[in-house]
Design a protein around this ligand. Structure first.
Ligand SMILES: C[S@@+](CC[C@H](N)C(=O)[O-])C[C@H]1O[C@@H](n2cnc3c(N)ncnc32)[C@H](O)[C@@H]1O
Length: 315
């Protein structure tokens, strides 16, 4: 998202930095002037009281969004007063956040590695764990390696595919999804990020790429069980698409479908990198080890120490 330089509203803050002028009419009490620091404090407590984790941080993001500035700018302008329109826009967003609508949907964007991507209801929000999947695969394959052709299965917002192209980690990138909403959004994100060359294809698992081969197949597929979905945070359960999160067969159906088709799509010497659920590492590693031609299966931890990735190579 583009931000503009931080500017105090002209009618409230004199150029000298003195106190805001008050209305002259007698008998009418001046409207309360809310300043950035107080607004952050009150809004953060409001969100936390309603069960939102990291309420203050959420409040800062929303206030920065309303003011059209970078969040860190708020710290340089704690005394900046807010005008009525800004306050009412912020209040409306705070109410929606308190109803557990995800912050990224409210702002319409999410950060992913070096990218700022459009996100919206109907498409999964990119997560930090998925940013790290790219590092894990890249480290396993050798940091200098540039993949000639990469495939991202279940691309969602397009985050993995676009990051691979944007960081020069792959020369040609193909991305697939079963969701038309996701593909539309991913195409917009690819164009907006300067990568209209990424090829998007529609369909389940590896069906859309039959007959093609790649030297990287990467995926963050749906892997939650129905039970995990039911106990997920309201932000996930009530707002993100179930199709993006939940898979049959104890969360393994899509992963299994992918693994079964790998020999046909991964070139000899190529790599596979999967993000998986917390308790699936051994099962997924086992599925990969059973496949002819797949070797070097390894399990990797996320930054919180959880076993969240499985990587393998094609002999
Ligand atoms: C967890 S989301 C990941 C989205 C994105 N790659 C990311 O990391 O944010 C899983 C994605 O897989 C897609 N999906 C679900 N079932 C699929 C299937 N059988 N074949 C291909 N994609 C599928 C969903 O539509 C969703 O976009």
């Amino acid at each position: 998202m583009k931000t503009r330089p931080f500017q105090a509203p002209r009618d409230r803050l004199a150029a000298t930095g003195s106190e805001p002028e008050q209305p002259a009419s007698r008998g009418v009490p001046p409207a309360r002037v809310w300043k950035v620091l107080e607004v952050i404090g009150v809004s953060g407590r409001y969100l936390e009281d309603r069960g939102v984790e990291s309420g203050r941080l959420n409040a800062e993001h929303l206030l920065a969004f309303v003011l059209g500035v970078d969040r860190l700018q708020l710290y340089l302008h704690f005394d900046r007063p807010l005008v009525a329109g800004e306050l009412s826009r912020l209040k409306a967003l705070l109410r929606r956040r308190a109803a557990r609508e995800p912050l990224q949907y409210l702002m319409g964007s999410a950060a992913f590695r070096n990218l700022e991507l459009e996100v919206g209801p109907g498409v999964a929000i990119p997560r930090p764990e998925t940013e790290f999947l790219i590092d894990v695969v890249s480290a396993a394959a050798g940091r200098e390696r540039v993949f000639a052709a990469a495939l991202d299965v279940g691309t969602g917002s397009g985050c993995i595919a676009i990051a691979l192209a944007d960081e020069g980690l792959a020369r040609a990138v193909t991305a697939t999804d079963v969701s038309q909403d996701a593909l539309e959004l991913a195409r917009r994100n690819a164009a907006a990020s300067g990568h209209p060359e990424i090829e998007f294809r529609s369909g389940p698992m590896l069906d859309p790429v039959r007959g093609l081969t790649f030297d990287l197949v990467i995926s963050n597929p749906p892997y939650l069980t129905a039970e995990e979905w039911r106990s997920a945070q309201p932000e996930v359960r009530e707002w993100e698409p179930r199709l993006a999160m939940v898979a049959d067969e104890g969360g393994l159906a899509v992963i299994r479908g992918l693994v079964e088709g790998l020999e046909a799509v991964v070139r000899p010497g190529g790599w596979v990198g999967l993000e998986i659920g917390r308790s699936q590492a051994d099962t997924v590693a086992g599925l990969l080890r059973e496949r002819p031609g797949i070797a070097g299966v390894s399990i990797h931890r996320d930054l919180a120490g959880r076993r969240r990735y499985v990587v393998a190579t094609r002999e």
